[in-house]
Write a protein that binds this ligand. Structure first.
Ligand SMILES: NC(=O)c1ccc[n+]([C@@H]2O[C@H](COP(=O)([O-])OP(=O)(O)OC[C@H]3O[C@@H](n4cnc5c(N)ncnc54)[C@H](OP(=O)(O)O)[C@@H]3O)[C@@H](O)[C@H]2O)c1
Length: 294
């Protein structure tokens, strides 16, 4: 293997350690700890797992978590009422509504109802709007994109002036990560399902962020020698040799690309752990803001 492995698991553990120390200091100084409310609607297994992991991570860092597990058929009005109650609760500094929501719920209306100052997922239209504009600071940046940048920073990768290619333009990953790279003065191309000559565009990248949800789509000969590759993809592929019958793989053909890139994130153990670490970071920053510590 020629590429440096970007160990997201270790970097996330370091960040979680830093947060734990900050939370202890906060408790000593103010008698309060950060609080995160998670709102889960329905019984999707993946959503349940994500929420459980988030609550567990909160506990380890000393952050209080407030869980709302709601039935699939909850009405929009009832859900809005819960969000408003959480907005008014002074012990809650962050509100996370686990997506996707059931079809009968207007996602935009729910995300828009979250108090801007508690929008630790960073999906409120105003936070996204600010992220997309020059010289406007969002209060919170979405966790997975923020985690990608943190991985680059903590690996010592310079972003300014680099050609960055983002594969995918979703609201939760592709678009915000492209904005963050742009704010850091990279020259950014955003690719999607209608992009022509995808391998050719990807080959221009000094920094490649892959977020398409297509297992091992990016091949070794798509990547410029020496590029830094951040693989956001999390795809379950059948694997009869594994106990669960499947394994997780990224959007990048790791074994091929690691021979060409200068640094690469593994899947699992790359971007995934950073998403939760960034959620704890946003929640702790929010608590500091609410408690007037910053
Ligand atoms: N590690 C984490 O914490 C984390 C967090 C979130 C997501 N993820 C993973 O990241 C991946 C992307 O997630 P997402 O929510 O952004 O997915 P998404 O909403 O499905 O968006 C996928 C994007 O990829 C583009 N795309 C799909 N197929 C393509 C193709 N063959 N060629 C070029 N572009 C293509 C789509 O283009 P169009 O816009 O043209 O349709 C779209 O912009 C998934 O594997 C997901 O599981 C991981």
């Amino acid at each position: 293997m020629s590429a440096q492995l970007i160990d997201g698991k270790q970097i996330a553990a370091d960040i979680r350690g830093e947060i734990k120390t900050e939370v202890e200091e906060m408790k000593t100084r103010t008698g309060k700890v950060p609080g995160l409310a998670t709102v889960l609607v329905g019984t999707r297994k993946d959503s349940q797992t994500y929420v459980r992991m988030k609550k567990k991570a909160c506990k380890k860092a000393g952050i209080a978590s407030f869980g709302h597990d709601l039935p699939e058929d909850i009405s929009q009005e009832e859900l809005l009422k819960i969000v408003r109650e959480l907005n008014a609760n002074p012990d809650v500094h962050g509100i996370l509504v686990q997506l996707p929501l059931p079809d009968h719920i207007d996602e935009e209306a729910i995300l828009g109802a979250i108090n801007l100052e508690k929008d630790v997922d960073g999906f409120h239209p105003i936070n996204i709007g600010r992220l997309s504009m020059k010289r406007r600071e969002p209060l919170f940046v979405p966790c997975t994109p923020k985690g990608c940048i943190e991985l680059l920073d903590r690996t010592g990768v310079e972003i300014e002036g680099k050609r960055a290619v983002v594969l995918g333009r979703s609201n939760i990953v592709g678009l915000p990560v492209a904005m963050l790279l742009l704010h850091r003065n990279a020259t950014v191309s955003i690719c999607h399902s209608r992009t022509k000559d995808l391998p050719g565009v990807v080959r221009e990248a000094d920094i490649l962020v892959a977020a398409v949800g297509r297992a091992e789509m990016v091949r070794g000969d798509w990547v410029k020698p020496g590029a830094v590759v951040i693989d956001v993809g999390m795809n379950a592929v059948d694997d009869p040799t594994s106990e669960k019958g499947y394994r997780l793989t990224g959007d990048v053909a790791f074994d091929e690309v690691k021979e060409v890139a200068s640094a690469i994130t593994p899947v699992p153990g790359g971007v995934g752990p950073m998403t939760i670490a960034m959620l704890l970071r946003n929640t702790t920053n929010s608590a500091k803001h609410h408690l007037k510590m910053v």
